[in-house]
Design a binder for this molecule. Structure first.
Ligand code: AOF
Ligand code: ZN
Length: 367
């Protein structure tokens, strides 16, 4: 079937291009841009890397002088500020484009509406909101970080239908199937950092790198380790394919901290209590430009993060199996609630199959 050429046709192209760059723009959003005149695509562009050209720069360079009188489709409001690159709205004005179609306004406080306003001041016909929810969903991590400087945290679990992540004897290979495991590596690629608790680090000695079917980006590795019990020969210490950060407390053994620092691991003290102050930790990680975190367990850390209302999104894989065992570890070990009215509910729930497993996604509601 042939698509009828309309605004959505071109905006979909811009959104598809942006989606493919997900995970490689650091703290920046993913943005796609398409320049069209008289039914002909003249230029396409995507923002590929922080510090390098914005989507509009690439698309308008391709269109060249032909951009005069054209329509510019862009998935995010063109920027109005001098950041690492000059303002895109000035570039659009200079190109002589007649019309700009924007999917979503830029929540970045230094832009937020100014780009649109500037284009309109120059007589350009600007419309905003076409396929907005798709654009906003693509940039859910950016949208949170740019307005709060806190990382967007995605909790990912892989459990049996009865919520177990291993048997009572500790066997966990494998709970879910190859499709779910492959999707997990895509999720790693799409986050700045990956976080696990010390229990998981000791039990599995994981590498915490991205091993997708094609080469992909490794996130920064973060281990929550209140007592600095990670051994110096752990794979996340020895392997240098990604930086490793240990979150600990002021009470941690200073001699061990010194050894870890010498081994090239970054150690951040988060509070003076016996346990890592998770709220402080996230603010500190945000200051270090960790804009998104994939939390991969174990159950105790995942439960504590949810109890502290620090999880923005959940991606829960369920193998259609039961293994039982009262002592078998749970995917999310939450503090027990007294009443059903205290339950944490999910907004925007979606349920899909991931090969033979079920994947539930949603956004915790904390009010
Ligand atoms: C656009 N098009 O393709 C992108 C935009 O440091 P800079 O110069 O790269 O600016 C980053 C900010 O620019 C970012 O926080 C967001 O507000 C906007 N990103 N804007 O017009 C793009 N990537
Ligand atoms: Zn820009």
């Amino acid at each position: 079937m042939i698509d009828i050429l309309n605004d959505e046709y071109y905006m979909s192209l811009a959104l598809n291009m942006a989606a493919k760059a997900s995970g490689q723009t650091g703290i920046n959003p993913v943005v796609g841009c398409v320049v069209v005149k008289e039914g002909r695509i003249l230029g396409i562009g995507t923002h590929l890397k922080r510090g390098e050209g914005h989507a509009e720069v690439h698309a308008l360079a391709m269109a060249g002088d032909e951009a005069k009188g054209a329509t510019v489709y862009v998935t995010l409001e063109p920027c109005s500020h001098h950041g690492k690159t000059p303002p895109c709205c000035e570039l659009i004005i200079a190109s002589g484009a007649a019309r700009v179609v924007v999917a979503a306004a830029d929540p970045n406080p230094v832009v937020s509406g100014r780009g649109i306003q500037r284009l309109r001041e120059h007589g350009i016909d600007v419309s905003v909101g076409l396929m907005e929810s798709k654009s906003r969903a693509l940039n859910e991590k950016f949208n949170k970080y740019i307005t709060s400087r806190l990382p967007f945290v995605t909790l990912k679990t892989a459990s049996t239908l009865d919520g177990k992540i291993a048997t009572e004897q500790g066997d966990s290979k494998w709970v879910t199937g190859p499709v779910a495991r492959e999707q997990t590596h895509t999720l790693r690629h799409q986050h700045t950092a990956i976080m696990v608790g010390i229990g998981t680090a000791l039990a599995d000695d994981p590498m915490l790198t991205t091993r997708a079917a094609v080469p992909a980006i490794h996130p920064v590795r973060i281990i929550v380790d209140s007592k600095l019990s990670l051994p110096l020969d752990a794979r996340v210490v020895v392997d240098k394919s990604a930086p490793t950060i240990l979150l600990t407390t002021d009470q941690a053994d200073q001699a061990k901290k010194e050894l870890l620092l010498q081994a090239g691991v970054d150690v951040i003290a988060c509070g003076s209590g016996p346990e890592v102050d998770l709220t402080y930790a996230l603010a500190e990680l945000g200051r270090r430009e960790i804009s998104s975190i994939l939390l991969e367990g174990g159950g105790k850390l995942s439960g504590a993060m949810l109890d502290h209302e620090l999880i923005d999104k959940v991606v829960l894989y369920y193998a259609t199996k039961f293994i039982g065992g009262a002592q078998a570890p749970q995917n999310i070990a939450l503090r027990g609630r007294t009443f059903m009215s205290e339950a944490i509910s999910l907004d925007g729930v979606q349920v899909e199959m991931a090969g033979e497993d079920i994947c539930v996604t949603g956004y915790p509601r904390y009010t």
